[in-house]
Design a protein around this ligand. Structure first.
Ligand code: 9UX
Length: 72
């Protein structure tokens, strides 16, 4: 019904970057909530698995200018 994924997001240098990334993520279909932490370079995303997936979310963030990689 609902899933959570964590992405590593690089290239964020100020606090407003986290807001940008959060808006990018919440603008994606199927995203319910996104919380981005500047210090730990992580984005925690709650989403509907039928509507999107972690690879697609990572691609959207990378294309917005903040490179991502799978988080361990
Ligand atoms: Mo701050 Mo981030 O001036 O793209 S918003 S560096």
């Amino acid at each position: 019904r609902e899933a959570t994924t964590t992405l590593t997001v690089t290239g964020m240098t100020c606090a407003s970057c986290t807001g940008r990334v959060e808006r990018t993520l919440t603008g994606q279909p199927g995203v319910l909530n996104a919380s981005v932490n500047l210090a730990s370079e992580t984005a925690t995303v709650r989403y509907l698995p039928g509507a999107t997936d972690p690879a697609q979310l990572a691609r959207a963030v990378t294309e917005s200018g903040y490179p991502t990689r799978p988080s361990e």
